[in-house]
Design a protein around this ligand. Structure first.
Ligand SMILES: *[C@@H]1O[C@H](CO)[C@@H](O)[C@H](O)[C@H]1NC(C)=O
Ligand SMILES: *[C@@H]1O[C@H](CO)[C@@H](O)[C@H](O)[C@H]1NC(C)=O
Ligand SMILES: *[C@@H]1O[C@H](CO)[C@@H](O)[C@H](O)[C@H]1NC(C)=O
Ligand SMILES: [Ca+2]
Ligand SMILES: [Ca+2]
Length: 535
C-alpha cells in the first residue's frame, strides 16, 4: 500500500512535468499504439481500458499505476502488467511489457522504450527490416525450389499409382488362373496318393507280418535250444534239479537258489516242452545263461532262415496240421526255395534282405511297383507345391501393392516418394532409422539389440495441414516406463533427410525431417500474409 504522502509527491511531480515540458501531450501518450490514441484524450478524464475505473487524465503516464489493467501507464514501467507500444517506423510496431521501458536496455528498434534514460539507442529498424526481408526471401526461394521438386514427386506418384493399379489387376487375374490350376493339381495329387498310400500300407503290412514271423521263429529257436540245454538227461522234461543249476535265475540274492524257488518258476516238479514254451520260457529268457560253454558266434545260414520263415508261414496257413520237426521242414523247404528263386520272388524270399533288420525297425526298400507309384505321387506333389508357391507369391505381391495404395501419402500424393523408404540419422551413440509408414528404430553403434521406437501410427500435424507431422507409436517399452514413440516433424528442404533427433521427454522421441514434400506453394509465391506488408 502506498502512503498518501507519496501519492501527493507523485502528483506534484507529474504536474511539474506538464508545466515544465513544452510538448507534454506528446510525452504522456508515449507507448500508445495509434489505433488506441482515441481513447487517450487529454481534455477528458481517462477510463481504464478494462473499465475498472476512471481517473483524471493527469494520471496517465504519471509513473504511478492506477488502472488494474495497466492501461494508464503505457509509457512507463509503473504497472507490472502494462504494455508499451513501440512504433518502430520502417519496421513492425510491437508491444513490449512496460517494465522493459527505461531499463537501460534497448528493446524497440526505434529506441523509444529508453526515451527517458541516458542510453542512446541506435535506430535499427531499417537494418532489421532488411534482414527480415532477406530471410523471407531466402525462405521463399527455398520453398520455391522445394515446390518444384514436390511437383515432380506428385507427377511421379500419378505414374506410380497408375502402374501399381495395372500391376494389381494383372496379379489378380493371374491369381484367379493359378487358383483354379491349384485345384486341378490338388485333385491330381490326391488321385496319385491313393494308390501310393495303398501300396505303402501293403508294403508296411507285409513287412510287419514278416517281422512278426521272424520274431516268432527266433523265439521258438531260442526256446528249443534252451529246452535242449536244460534237459540234460534227455527225458523231454525239464526238472527242478536241471533248472536249479542256473543260479543266474535266482531273483533274490539273499539265499541260495532253492528247490522251492525253482518250483515257483516251473509251476511243477518238471515241465514238458509245451508247458515250458507256454509258462516258463518267458519268465527266464532274459536272465538265462548257458552253462560253462564258450560263446561261439555261429553265422546264420541265410537259407535256413529263409526256409524256416517260409515253413512257419506255411505251418500257420495249414491250421491244425501236425507240428513238423524242425529238420524235416528245413529239408523239405530247401528245394521249394531253390525253385522259388527262379520265379517271381515271394515276399518271404526277399526276407534275405529283411534278415538284417531282424533287430532294428527300418522298413526295407519298396518294391518297384510301389517305387513307381511313389514317384508318380511325388511328381504330382511337386507340381502341386510349385503352383502353391506361385499362388503364395502372387498373393504377397497383391498384398504389397494394396498396402502401398492404402498408404495416405498426402492430399496430392506429395509424400509418395516415402513408400518403402528408410532414412538414417547418425548420432554419437545410436543410428536412428525411420522406415516410412512402417517403423522407427534406435540401433546402438557399439552393437547390441536394436530397439523399436515405434510403429507407423498416423499423420498428426495441425488441423490446417495434418501432413506436417507423423507419429510412430507402441514401440518397445522403456525400463519401468511407457512404450516408446516418435513424432516426425516435416519442414521444407531440398532433399529428404533427417536433420535432428531428440528425446525431449523420456521415451518420446522427436525427429525433424526436411523434405520437398513439406514445401508450401503460398510461401513459394510470396503471396502469403505474414503481417509485414507495410515495409
Ligand atoms: C550505436 O551504434 C554505435 C556505432 O554504430 C555503437 O558504438 C553504439 O554502442 C551503439 N549504441 C547502442 C546503444 O547500441
Ligand atoms: C542227450 O542227447 C545229446 C544229443 O542229442 C547227447 O549229446 C547227450 O550226450 C545225451 N545225454 C544223455 C544224458 O543221454
Ligand atoms: C509256443 O507257444 C506259442 C503260443 O504261446 C505257439 O504259438 C508256438 O507255436 C509254440 N512253439 C512251439 C515250438 O511249440
Ligand atoms: Ca498513473
Ligand atoms: Ca528497455
Amino acid at each position: 500500500m502506498m502512503s498518501s504522502n507519496y501519492m501527493n509527491l507523485v502528483l506534484v511531480s507529474t504536474l511539474l512535468t506538464i508545466v515544465v515540458s513544452g510538448s507534454v501531450e506528446h510525452t504522456v501518450l508515449r507507448g500508445v499504439p495509434a489505433a488506441q490514441l482515441s481513447k487517450y484524450v487529454s481534455s477528458k478524464p481517462f477510463s481504464c481500458l478494462d473499465g475498472s475505473s476512471t481517473i483524471p487524465f493527469e494520471f496517465v503516464n504519471d509513473d504511478y499505476c492506477d488502472c488494474r489493467d495497466g492501461s494508464d501507464e503505457p509509457g512507463t514501467s509503473a504497472c507490472p502488467n502494462g504494455r508499451f507500444f513501440c512504433e518502430n517506423k520502417g519496421y513492425v510496431g510491437t508491444t513490449i511489457p512496460s517494465h522493459f521501458v527505461g531499463d537501460s536496455i534497448c528493446d524497440c528498434c526505434d529506441g523509444t522504450d529508453e526515451y527517458e534514460t541516458k542510453i542512446v539507442c541506435n535506430n535499427t529498424c531499417f537494418e532489421l527490416a532488411q534482414k527480415t526481408r532477406a530471410e523471407h526471401e531466402a525462405r521463399r526461394a527455398l520453398h520455391e525450389a522445394g515446390v518444384a521438386k514436390k511437383m515432380e514427386i506428385i507427377k511421379q506418384s500419378v505414374v506410380i499409382k497408375a502402374d501399381r493399379e495395372a500391376r494389381l489387376r494383372e496379379f489378380e487375374q493371374s491369381l484367379e488362373k493359378l487358383e483354379s490350376e491349384l485345384k486341378e493339381k490338388e485333385e491330381l495329387k490326391n488321385q496319385a496318393e491313393i494308390p501310393e498310400n495303398e501300396a505303402k500300407e501293403k508294403h508296411q503290412k507285409i513287412w510287419e507280418e514278416q517281422r512278426a514271423v521272424r520274431e516268432a521263429i527266433a523265439h521258438d529257436n531260442q526256446m528249443r535250444e534252451m529246452f535242449a540245454e536244460l534237459d540234460t538227461n534227455n527225458d523231454s522234461l525239464v526238472s527242478i534239479e536241471e533248472l536249479q543249476k542256473h543260479t543266474e535265475l535266482d531273483t533274490d540274492l539273499e539265499n541260495e537258489f532253492t528247490a522251492e524257488e525253482v518250483r515257483t518258476i516251473l509251476g511243477a516238479d518238471a515241465v514238458n516242452f509245451d508247458d515250458f514254451n507256454i509258462t516258463v520260457f518267458d519268465q527266464i529268457s532274459n536272465s538265462y545263461k548257458k552253462l560253462h560253454e564258450p560263446i561261439i558266434e555261429t553265422p546264420v545260414d541265410v537259407n535256413d532262415v529263409v526256409a524256416s520263415t517260409e515253413a512257419y508261414l506255411k505251418q500257420n496257413d495249414e491250421q491244425g496240421q501236425e507240428q513238423h520237426h524242425e529238420e524235416e521242414i528245413s529239408e523239405e523247404q530247401e528245394d521249394e526255395h531253390d525253385f522259388d528263386q527262379h520265379e517271381t520272388p515271394s515276399p518271404v524270399a526277399t526276407s534275405l534282405e529283411h534278415e538284417k533288420h531282424i533287430h532294428d525297425d527300418t522298413v526295407p526298400e519298396y518294391d518297384d511297383e510301389t517305387k513307381r507309384l511313389i514317384q508318380t505321387a511325388d511328381h504330382a506333389r511337386n507340381e502341386y507345391h510349385d503352383v502353391e508357391r506361385r499362388v503364395h507369391d502372387v498373393k504377397r505381391e497383391i498384398e504389397d501393392l494394396k498396402r502401398q495404395s492404402d498408404v495416405d501419402t498426402g492430399v496430392h500424393g506429395e509424400y509418395s516418394a516415402f513408400i518403402d523408404q528408410c532414412y538414417d540419422y547418425e548420432e554419437r551413440e545410436y543410428t536412428y532409422r525411420v522406415c516410412m509408414f512402417k517403423d522407427a528404430k534406435q540401433i546402438p553403434k557399439g552393437g547390441g539389440g536394436e530397439v523399436i521406437v515405434g510403429y507407423w501410427d498416423s499423420w498428426v500435424g495441425p488441423t490446417t495441414n495434418k501432413y506436417l507431422k507423423m507419429k510412430y507409436s507402441n514401440g518397445a517399452t522403456c525400463w519401468n516406463g511407457p512404450a516408446r514413440s516418435l513424432t516426425v516433424t516435416f519442414r521444407c528442404g531440398i532433399e529428404h533427410k533427417v536433420v535432428d533427433v531428440r528425446e525431449p521427454t523420456r521415451c518420446e522421441y522427436a525427429m525433424i525431417f526436411e523434405t520437398p514434400s513439406a514445401c508450401d506453394e503460398t510461401i513459394a509465391s510470396g503471396t502469403q500474409h505474414h503481417g509485414h506488408e507495410e515495409f
